[in-house]
Design a protein around this ligand. Structure first.
Ligand code: ADP
Length: 592
């Protein structure tokens, strides 16, 4: 089961380095080298400045004008090299970012595909995906900044400190005075931002949802007819308000802490300048040293700012980047290779199943054996566990307890694609794809050759009138008004979805109430035909309309997660239990 945990900062750093290196080792190493070169040339430039000033200051006593000229030329060369390396560094950083970005997005997609389906049943996963998406850029920046920060800035920083130590150790203290407040300021910013992120993610998702209810085409008709605009608007605004309030409070806290720390940094900077002037006037340092230190101090201030903001942003981003790693570490479907040739029989042994974050099991101790070729109807009230049972049978979910077997084989040990390509399922919330009629059918076996006759055959079987006005026998009719096509009615979409399910060559076919938009008598017709069409296959039909399935070979009644009745229509009427009661209550639905 999933837990909503957060990776600690040090783990994020560790993951960042590991991930960065494992995904792009060559870029990783090259970037380190470029950063190393930049730090070296930066340090050299300070010595060059110092040397240049000393040579110029001494020229009047030594008269070595040639030395001045060569110092100037040398400084010029270093300056050009410095700029070339800076350009290289930026260019490399940018291309590293782009290549890395595409790698991460690929990893995320691949991961989503490997996740166990049960994850998609929980809101927590959607929060995780949203946060992970937000984390991509940050994970990237963190990796690049970490290399940059560690190699370039640290090396530069350390070399300057050693240089200062050799001249006047007190400058080291001043550097630290400038440095520490900045670090604290960035760390505070990071943790506050992170806390806000955690707090607002639900409000953000909800406000996004209410906004879509107000503006998107799928909701538009209902929003209008229900006159629900004001309700959605009120909710949208209130969630947005929560988000904004949190953001404002965070900014306020960050701002006040920042101002105090900036003042301390400024004091350190001014102090160091005064001290430097004092040493120069006392003759404790030369003019060259004064310029070198002054130049270095300025570079150092800039670098401190950049470095602290980089480490700050790593710290700040760590929580967000951590979301990406969190997501990438979610448990996956076990990678099993076992293949089966055929499903044969289906057996459920003491199967129980509970959804994540739900206390009560949706299914409790189910024992069931389905012989090949049986036509099963699964009936029961809403929430009795029909869909859950179907998803377990199809191998979409794994039982919390017990086993599902195809023939003798536990399906948990069979390769997932191998399971899925043996069955065909049409669910209540089937896809209404904005493709052509043909594509909408072929989607279940997209890699196969087009077979117009077979498509028409299936459409006829489910009673889809492809000769009607608007479609006029043309399978390439686009099924979307947005793309200059036509709109289908709800009933037509349902028939189409069933035809799609039938089109796929499979041993097991499942219809999980895709017929709610068809009237009961029509549904009964579709199901009667369906039984004929699926001769030779095992079929399972889920419905709460009992009249539609009375000629199924076997009817299974679920109630509160348990099988309470199992038999033919006649047997169940005889038993006079829940099925009989429901059947009599619905009898009127089938009279015209
Ligand atoms: P049916 O198909 O008979 O209407 P379901 O199998 O959909 O029943 O649901 C069985 C039980 O599991 C119900 O109590 C329902 O609330 C719960 N349930 C279904 N889907 C989820 C989910 N995604 N997360 C948590 N509980 C769920």
């Amino acid at each position: 089961m999933m837990k909503h945990k957060t990776l600690p900062f040090y783990k994020v750093l560790f993951r960042t380095i590991k991930y960065g290196y494992s995904r792009l080792p060559l870029y990783f190493v090259l970037f380190i080298l470029v950063c190393f070169a930049l730090a070296s040339v930066n340090f050299i430039s300070i010595n060059v400045v110092q040397d240049l000033f000393d040579t110029i200051a001494n020229v009047f006593t030594t008269n070595e004008w040639g030395k001045v000229a060569s110092s100037i030329v040398f400084a010029g060369i270093v300056f050009v090299i410095y700029n070339i390396i800076v350009g290289l560094h930026d260019l490399f950083k940018w291309s590293y970012f782009m290549v890395f970005m595409s790698k991460i997005l690929k990893d995320m997609n691949a991961k989503a595909g490997r996740l166990s389906l049960i994850n998609f049943e929980s809101v927590e996963l959607y929060d995780k995906i949203n946060l992970a998406k937000g984390g991509v850029r940050y994970a990237l920046n963190s990796t690049i900044d970490l290399i940059n920060g560690t190699i370039y800035y640290s090396l530069f920083f350390i070399s300057i400190l050693i240089h200062f130590m050799s001249i006047q150790p007190i400058f080291v203290l001043i550097c630290v005075l400038c440095f520490v407040p900045q670090v604290i300021s960035q760390m505070v910013k990071g943790s506050k931002l992170y806390q806000m992120q955690e707090k607002v993610v639900t409000a953000q998702r909800e406000s996004e949802y209410f906004r879509s209810c107000l503006t998107e085409r799928d909701f538009y008709k209902e929003t209008k007819t229900l006159d629900a605009r004001d309700y959605f608007k009120k909710n949208y605004l209130s969630k947005l308000q929560i988000f904004n309030r949190e953001k404002w409070l965070t900014e306020l806290k960050i701002g006040s802490i920042d101002s105090v720390l900036t003042l301390i940094t400024l004091a350190g900077y001014i102090g160091s300048f005064v001290l430097l002037a004092y040493y120069l006037m006392n003759g404790q340092i030369s003019l060259g040293e004064f310029s070198g230190i002054f130049y270095a101090l300025n570079r150092l201030m800039d670098c401190t700012k950049e470095m602290v903001s980089i480490y700050g942003s790593i710290y700040q981003n760590a929580s967000l980047a951590g979301k990406l790693y969190d997501f990438l570490e979610l448990p996956e479907d076990a990678g099993v290779d076992k293949q089966i040739k055929a499903i044969n029989s289906i057996t459920l042994e003491n199967v129980s199943f509970g959804y994540p974050y739900k206390e009560k099991n949706a299914l409790e101790n189910i024992n069931l054996h389905i012989k090949p070729g049986e036509h099963i109807a699964l009936v029961g009230l809403n929430g009795s566990g029909k869909t859950t049972l179907i998803k377990l049978i199809l191998g979409l979910f794994t039982p919390t307890k017990g086993r599902v077997l195809y023939g003798e084989e536990d399906i948990n040990k069979i390769n997932k694609p191998n399971i899925f390509n043996k069955s065909s399922a049409v669910f209540q919330n089937f896809g209404k794809y904005k493709f052509t009629l043909k594509e909408n059918i072929m989607l279940s076996e997209i890699e196969k050759e087009e077979e117009d006759d077979r498509i028409k055959d299936k459409l006829e079987l489910v009673g889809f009138d492809y000769k009607r006005k608007g479609i006029d026998n043309n399978l390439d009719t686009m099924l979307s008004k947005e793309f200059n096509g036509i709109d289908l009615s709800g009933g037509e979409w349902q028939r189409l979805a069933i035809a799609r399910g039938l089109y796929k060559t499979s041993e097991l076919i499942v219809l999980d109430e895709p017929t709610a938009a068809i009237d009961p008598i029509e549904e009964a017709n579709v199901y009667r035909q369906f039984k004929n069409i699926s001769t030779g296959k095992t079929s399972i039909i889920v419905t709460h309309r009992l009249g539609s399935v009375k000629d199924a070979t076997r009817i299974i009644v679920l109630d509160q997660g348990k099988i309470i009745e199992d038999g033919t229509h006649e047997e169940l009427l005889e038993q006079n239990g829940l099925y009989a009661t429901m059947f009599h209550a619905q009898a009127g639905w089938y009279e015209r």
